[in-house]
Write a protein of this length. Structure first.
Length: 310
């Protein structure tokens, strides 16, 4: 790397510090990114002013294979892109070699699901010191979320009785939940015995409330329809009380429902229908969860699974 090229880097950093008034920490990060660019160019025996699109793509591939995250690579590319944009405005390069280069997409994190033991522990938890009315309601909420795989919006949208205006309702006689999902798509989900028993206890408690005339199935003590925000707060609190190590939220119970059904049945298409996914590719993430579960069981049980310790 020539002194002239290093001078260009220094001049650019001075530009972003003075002209663009970037924070000192940001300038420091830009400097580190450009040091990496200089090192790559030197290793490839190419001048900074002669770097091509193919060089950038090769260096991105090397960073990715070296374990750097997609987000980290994107930040580095942003620094490089700004440098070459400035060089272009100075008339020093004919085009920006970073312009159409994008970082690899970061892998979507797996949805977090409870273990079967934790899910059952949460569902069977009973707070003897709590208000019996709230206890009956919250228990029914847990049983329906975990037992039916409902979205929290679908849950709070349920009415106590079926009607033409209802977004959703539960037919206790048939053991079915009728819900209105994303995109206005209706679906019917079976409701298990435990959920029906919890629902019956809640309906008996609900009938004594001042909001018994409210159409919503789940209500607050003041009689209004329960909000999704309140469900989140109550579940988090209940998870802590039940001794579940992982913070619990409504979608975690939906993930747990899907994962546990798939572990038992291996019927991906059925899980897709139960969840109301329009595309089976959305449901396929649970096959990764299922494999993760099997891999953990293998590591724990198989005598040849453990790696040798160095």
């Amino acid at each position: 790397m020539t002194d002239d090229e290093l001078g260009l880097v220094d001049k650019y950093l001075e530009h972003v510090r003075v002209q663009k008034r970037l924070a000192d920490r940001t300038v420091e990060l830009y400097s580190l990114d450009l040091q990496k660019l200089c090192a790559n160019a030197a290793h490839a025996d190419v001048s900074l002013l002669k770097v091509q699109n193919t060089h950038i793509r090769r260096w991105v591939a090397q960073m990715h294979s070296g374990g750097r995250s997609g987000r980290g690579i994107a930040l580095i590319l942003s620094g490089w892109r700004g440098f070459y944009t400035w060089l272009g405005r100075e008339g020093l390069v004919p085009s920006n070699p970073v312009q159409d280069v994008r970082a690899p997409k970061a892998a979507k994190p797996l949805p977090k699901a409870l273990s079967v033991d934790d899910a059952v522990q949460l569902a069977e938890f009973s707070d003897e010191e709590a208000d019996p009315w709230l206890e009956a309601r919250d228990n029914a909420i847990v049983e329906l979320l975990y037992g039916c795989g409902l979205r929290v919006g679908e849950l709070v949208g349920l009415d106590a009785k079926a009607s033409t205006a209802a977004k959703g309702w539960i037919d206790a006689q048939a053991g079915e939940a009728h819900v209105l999902g994303k995109g206005g798509k209706r679906r019917t989900v079976p409701v298990g015995r435990k959920a029906l028993e919890a629902l019956q206890r809640w309906l008996e408690a609900r009938a004594l409330a001042q909001g018994a005339g409210e159409p919503a199935l789940f209500i607050v003590p003041q009689g209004r329809r329960l909000s999704a925000k309140t469900v989140w707060a109550r579940l988090k609190r209940r998870g802590l009380q039940a001794g579940v190590a992982t913070p619990v939220h409504p979608h975690m119970l939906r993930h747990s429902f899907a994962s546990h059904v798939l572990q038992s049945s291996s019927d991906l298409r059925a899980v897709q229908e139960l969840l109301g996914h329009a595309n089976i590719a959305t449901t396929q993430v649970y096959t990764r969860l299922d494999f993760q579960h099997l891999a953990k069981a293998y590591d724990a049980a198989h005598p040849r699974a453990h790696r040798l310790k160095k």
